[in-house]
Design a protein around this ligand. Structure first.
Ligand SMILES: NC(=O)c1ccc[n+]([C@@H]2O[C@H](COP(=O)([O-])OP(=O)(O)OC[C@H]3O[C@@H](n4cnc5c(N)ncnc54)[C@H](OP(=O)(O)O)[C@@H]3O)[C@@H](O)[C@H]2O)c1
Length: 295
């Protein structure tokens, strides 16, 4: 890293006061060996705030706190309304274009190239790190487009997404038949279907995994919030249910990065703090899942 870049970000890389100190946990992307932090930032709903200046400024503050805590992976989609433009605004305000690991999607059955041009105009990054076919929409047509871009060096990684257990059979077939760098799917202690086939297959084929909907769009954290935090949470340095959920997700051997979404600065700090310190072992993972299922 250049000295000037290092100096610019060095003060921001320390953990915020009151949060667990220590190295930010990373995982390598199997197809290249590049390391990325194991907690990122989603933008669906939370960053779709239209043109309202205070709401957009709040999202930029969330991005600032995210970068300050060492975060890099930001995920968006043409499906997420104004979110793409809000991310672009945040990157320009914070000088984050060099730091971000940009994960975008293609979500159209018609002209994919035109949609990508519009998406790039929103982010204003020279090229995306990862482009994913959103919810397998027209994947037979769009995946070759993305693979061609990768061959020309116009994108670094290519993937597909699904969520809430949709079309897992077809998803698995695409994973087996095509060379993918990433898949994105729903995984959390209450949604564990991916453990059966998709996560083992990702590990077998060397595909990185982004875990979406870690909090079931907030329903899971709202359900857990009134429940007392068990004593074992302290063993993995968790001070909230959100952190327990995130540590459960990222401790799965096949998961590369979880991408929780939030509009709150305190929540983004809390979520990134789950990317530090000890993680549950296999026995504690079972205990977490069983305890949450029992509530
Ligand atoms: N098919 C696909 O490709 C697909 C589908 C779904 C999602 N995704 C991606 O995955 C991302 C995450 O999924 P999601 O947005 O559905 O939901 P999510 O991340 O599971 O949940 C977001 C909700 O959790 C709350 N939250 C965040 N941090 C919290 C904390 N520390 N404590 C308590 N509550 C907290 C947020 O509320 P506050 O604002 O109050 O913090 C927000 O309402 C999306 O934004 C998107 O990027 C992709």
């Amino acid at each position: 890293m250049k000295r000037r870049t290092l100096l610019r970000w060095a003060p921001l890389l320390a953990a915020p006061p009151g949060f667990a100190q220590g190295e930010l946990l990373t995982r390598t992307i199997p197809s290249t060996g590049e390391a990325i932090p194991r907690v990122g930032l989603g933008t669906w709903i939370t960053f779709n705030v239209g043109q309202d200046p205070p709401a957009r400024a709040q999202c930029v503050q969330v991005m600032r706190a995210f970068f300050e805590a060492g975060g890099r992976v930001i995920d968006s989609s043409p499906m997420y309304g104004s979110s793409q433009g809000v991310v672009g605004e945040g990157l320009r305000a914070l000088g984050g274009a060099q730091r971000v690991f940009s994960a975008e999607k293609l979500w159209t059955s018609s002209d994919g190239a035109a949609q990508l041009a519009a998406t790039r105009a929103q982010w204003q990054v020279p090229r995306f790190d990862l482009l994913q076919v959103h919810n397998l929409l027209a994947w037979e047509k769009q995946l070759p487009l993305l693979q061609g871009m990768k061959e020309r060096g116009d994108v670094r990684y290519v993937g597909i997404t699904t969520s809430e257990g949709r079309r897992h059979r077809e998803f698995e077939e695409v994973m087996r038949a095509h060379r993918l760098d990433f898949v994105q799917l729903t995984y959390n202690p209450a949604d564990r279907e991916a453990e059966q086939r998709l996560l083992p297959l990702a590990a077998e084929r060397g595909i990185a995994v982004l875990a979406n909907r870690p909090f079931r769009e907030g329903a899971l954290t709202r359900r857990l919030q009134p429940e007392p935090l068990p004593a074992w949470a302290a063993e993995i340095a968790c001070r909230s249910w959100a952190q327990v959920v995130l540590k459960f997700i990222i401790s799965h051997p096949a998961v590369t990065c979880a991408i929780p979404a939030t509009r709150r600065v305190d929540h983004v700090r809390e979520n990134l703090a789950a990317c530090r310190g000890p993680l549950p072992d296999a026995a504690l993972r079972q205990r977490i899942a069983a305890h949450i299922a029992s509530l």
